[in-house]
Design a protein around this ligand. Structure first.
Ligand SMILES: *Cc1c(COP(=O)(O)O)cnc(C)c1O
Length: 365
């Protein structure tokens, strides 16, 4: 943990907050990432001076010089976590220090300055406290928090990373990520495109990874599938992750998830499920699975369930797989028992309806 001097936040409240009626209208049907709360957090960084000008201010557009470095060289990265309302009104987040630590790992890879973990968590607490009326009361809904950092130096020189940055947090009320309930998704095995290669940025939560992935996600949709599944860059054979979510394979009472080899994103949901699976008496392993093993396991009946996991969509079953020269189904088109059990356990901890044995819940107020 960094022991920098504590930043003091300047607070400037909006004088044009949405009315309660306007807010309720948004909360009645929150589409993921479409509406934002009344305020945002900004903190600036200048090489030599460090982090400064921490503030909570009205949500609104940024004014940036067209030559600002982020527009040209994509020095940017982000985080994603949620605030949940428990019965009785308490608002909490889930493992925010894990997001703070991953944010800093991503920063190191992208040659950006690290933010003290306490400041990351305080920025989230302040925004959620100020905009607490935006945390939904509807079961299964939450306030999605999006911390991010951009390079703000003006100039097109490419030899050095930016000397100035801005960290921000914005918040958006969220309903279920996939509309239509927990129903299995179909996936497309991408063999024409690669998400990440050894030594690249696959383990950093940077926007550039997404920019490079959209073409494959579009290909998945053209192939009649919901989501793309990424394979290793060398052989296009070993499973890495789904576009924006990690994958788990269920062999009866044994779970397998691809190991963190540096080319996939270390999901906090993934990490939590490895722990919860063990709590439930399941064997949870990190390893390697080829698409041939995936198909053969489903055909022999040994591989009983597959699911994807991430903060936004929590746990989503995978029901069918398609590639250039193969296609198969998993299970009977309904979420499997292990998938459902793990989902209930995790969601129960997040919403405060189950005990929190690992102290993952962080109270905000
Ligand atoms: C954020 C993300 C995940 C899931 O991480 P969580 O911490 O569980 O939300 C998985 N893959 C990619 C590419 C991601 O960006």
């Amino acid at each position: 943990m960094t022991t920098a001097q504590k930043l003091s936040f300047d607070v400037q409240l909006t004088d044009h907050a949405r009315t309660a009626a306007e807010r309720e209208q948004v909360l009645a049907n929150p589409r993921f990432g479409q509406s934002f709360t009344d305020h945002m957090i900004s903190i600036d960084y200048t090489e030599g001076a460090g982090w400064h000008d921490a503030r909570l201010e009205p949500y609104g557009p940024l004014s940036l010089d067209p030559a600002t470095s982020v527009f040209h060289y994509a020095q940017e990265l982000f985080e994603g976590l949620k605030a949940y309302r428990h019965a009785g009104g308490t608002i909490v987040t889930f493992r925010p220090y894990a997001n703070a630590a991953r944010f800093n790992h991503s920063c190191v890879r992208m040659a950006m300055p690290e933010l003290p973990e306490e400041t990351f968590v305080e920025s989230i607490e302040r925004l959620v406290q100020t905009d607490r009326d935006w945390v939904p009361t509807t079961e299964g809904h939450s306030l999605y928090l999006r911390p991010f950092i951009i390079a703000t130096q003006v100039g097109l020189g490419v030899n050095y990373p930016s000397k100035t940055y801005r960290y921000m947090v914005i918040a958006s009320p969220a309903g279920p990520y996939f509309t239509g309930g927990v129903k299995p998704v179909s996936v497309w095995l991408s063999t024409d495109y690669t998400r990440a290669a050894p030594g690249g940025t696959g383990a950093a939560k940077c926007g550039g990874n997404y920019a490079a992935a959209f073409v494959a996600q579009r290909e998945a949709v053209e192939q009649g599938c919901d989501q793309v599944v990424w394979l290793d860059s060398a052989e296009h054979r070993y499973v890495e992750e789904m576009g924006g979510m990690n994958l788990f394979f269920v062999f009866g009472d044994r779970l397998l998830t691809p190991a963190l080899t540096g080319t996939l994103l270390p999901g906090i949901t993934r990490d939590s499920l490895l722990t919860l699976a063990a709590d439930l008496g399941l064997k949870a392993e990190e390893g390697r699975l080829s698409i041939e093993e995936w198909q053969a396991g489903c055909e022999s009946g040994e591989l009983t369930e597959v699911f994807a996991c991430g903060t936004a969509a929590v746990i989503t079953p995978v029901g069918s797989v398609k590639g250039r020269d193969r296609a198969w189904t998993i299970g009977d088109g309904t979420p499997g028992a292990v998938t459902t059990r793990l989902r209930e356990e995790l969601v129960g901890i997040q919403y405060g309806t189950r005990p929190d044995p690992h102290s993952w819940i962080h109270k905000i107020g």
